[in-house]
Design a protein around this ligand. Structure first.
Ligand SMILES: [Zn+2]
Length: 140
C-alpha cells in the first residue's frame, strides 16, 4: 500500500473497523513512514478533542443563568423604553400640540378679530338702526 491508500483508510484504522489483514498492512506501513505517522497523530489528537467535547455536560444551572440573562436584557430594554423613550415621546408630542395650538389659535384669532371688530363697531354705532333715538337726540 502506498501513502495515498493508507490515508484513505486511516480513519477506519483508528476506529478499529478494518479487517485484520488491512490493519496489519497499515501498521507495518506506519512503522516505516513518518508522514503517515504524523497524520495518525493529528487525527488521534482531533478525535480526542472531539471526545472531550462530547464529555462536557452543561451546568445544571445553565438554563436558569441563560433565562436570567435574557430577562435582564429584556428588563434593560423595557427600562430604556419605559423610563427614557416614553417620557421623551410624551414631551415631544406635548410641545408639538402646544405649538400647533398656538398656530391654530393665532390664525383663528386674526380671522376672528377682524370679523368681531366689524361686528362690534356695527353694534356700538347703532344709531342708524334706531331712527327714533336719532330723532330724539337731534331734537326733531
Ligand atoms: Zn505513508
Amino acid at each position: 500500500m502506498d501513502c495515498s491508500e493508507i490515508e484513505k483508510k486511516l480513519i477506519f484504522y483508528i476506529e478499529g473497523s478494518l479487517l485484520l489483514t488491512e490493519t496489519e498492512k497499515i501498521s507495518s506501513h506506519l512503522k516505516s513512514c513518518n508522514r503517515c505517522n504524523e497524520l495518525v497523530y493529528s487525527l488521534n489528537k482531533s478525535f480526542s478533542i472531539i471526545e472531550d467535547q462530547k464529555l462536557l455536560k452543561p451546568s445544571q444551572f445553565l438554563y436558569t443563568k441563560i433565562a436570567t440573562k435574557l430577562q435582564n436584557e429584556n428588563d434593560e430594554v423595557y427600562y430604556y423604553r419605559r423610563r427614557i423613550l416614553q417620557p421623551i415621546l410624551v414631551i415631544c408630542i406635548a410641545v408639538l400640540a402646544l405649538i400647533g395650538g398656538i398656530k391654530i389659535g393665532s390664525i383663528y384669532k386674526s380671522a376672528l378679530t377682524t370679523e368681531m371688530a366689524s361686528i362690534s363697531i356695527y353694534y356700538w354705532n347703532d344709531m342708524s338702526q334706531e331712527p327714533i333715538e336719532s330723532k330724539i337726540l337731534k331734537g326733531e
